[in-house]
Design a protein around this ligand. Structure first.
Ligand code: PGA
Length: 241
């Protein structure tokens, strides 16, 4: 595991550099997390792209997860996040953007289909992930099987509380269910970039990187992956030293 612990103002540029060195130049397949932390990386990529320093318009983008129960085009959906913060600014056409989706009353087939979709594009070159304050990875909450695949999940109260900040502070507006790539799905990516910032992530990060590998701390599965880079700010790293 490679680790870079940085001051806050270096976080986005360090993350961008770590991402770009690991991306193949030709049609890179980029796995994206859609939380608050990676937004700093996407803003940095957008800046570099607008200055003509990078060209990711040929990339394929694969999202980790999506809420269930939001209307198409809902501003809180991760599909909208990917359009606004990643595909739009980087000039990636919609045909190359893949976000899990549940159809109608039964979202389970959409989840299973997403596994095939990832395989069809040839897998993920670099997967960007964050970590939940409860140790979740994507929407794999504590208790998730380490060999889990893309599926429909219930969100924990802690995750819904943490994410209420994106819904105007209203916990009741945060969906209760989601589709998420599983822990095994995520670990198939060739390389993983874990971004963690802020004191609220310190305990979870230490448990994930130092503690035993197991379902109680889903992000601990990353210890089993052979190519993980961690970018953490000093607050997130504070329980490691
Ligand atoms: P955050 O979320 O980047 O919005 O803090 C990370 C996560 O919950 O996985």
């Amino acid at each position: 595991m490679k680790v870079r612990v940085v001051d806050d103002e270096m976080f986005a540029t360090t993350a961008a550099t770590a991402l770009l060195v690991n991306l193949p130049p030709d049609r890179p397949r980029l796995g994206v997390a859609t939380g608050g932390t990676p937004m700093r990386l996407y803003d940095e990529l957008a800046r570099r792209s607008s200055r003509g320093e990078i060209d990711l318009s040929g990339a394929v983008v694969i999202a980790l997860d999506e809420y269930l129960g939001l209307a198409d085009g809902d501003p809180h959906s991760y599909a909208t996040y990917v359009d606004e913060h990643i595909a739009g600014p980087l000039g990636i056409p919609a045909a190359n953007v893949h976000v899990p989706q549940g159809y109608g009353d039964d979202p389970a087939p959409g989840a299973a289909e997403f596994e095939d979709r990832i395989a069809e594009v040839g897998g993920v070159d670099v997967q960007i992930v964050g970590i939940g304050s409860n140790g979740h990875l994507a929407f794999n909450e504590p208790g998730s099987a380490l060999d889990s695949l893309t599926r429909v999940v219930e969100l924990s109260e802690q995750t819904r509380n943490d994410n209420a900040r994106f819904f105007g502070g209203r916990v009741d507006a945060v969906p209760r269910r989601a589709i998420t790539q599983g822990l095994a799905t995520i670990c198939r990516a060739r390389s993983i970039l874990l971004l963690a910032a802020g004191q609220t992530k310190a305990a979870a990060l230490a448990a994930a990187l130092r503690g035993p590998v197991g379902s109680d701390v889903p992000a601990s599965v990353l210890q089993r992956h052979g190519d993980v880079t961690v970018i953490a700010d000093r607050a997130a790293w504070s329980r490691m030293s």
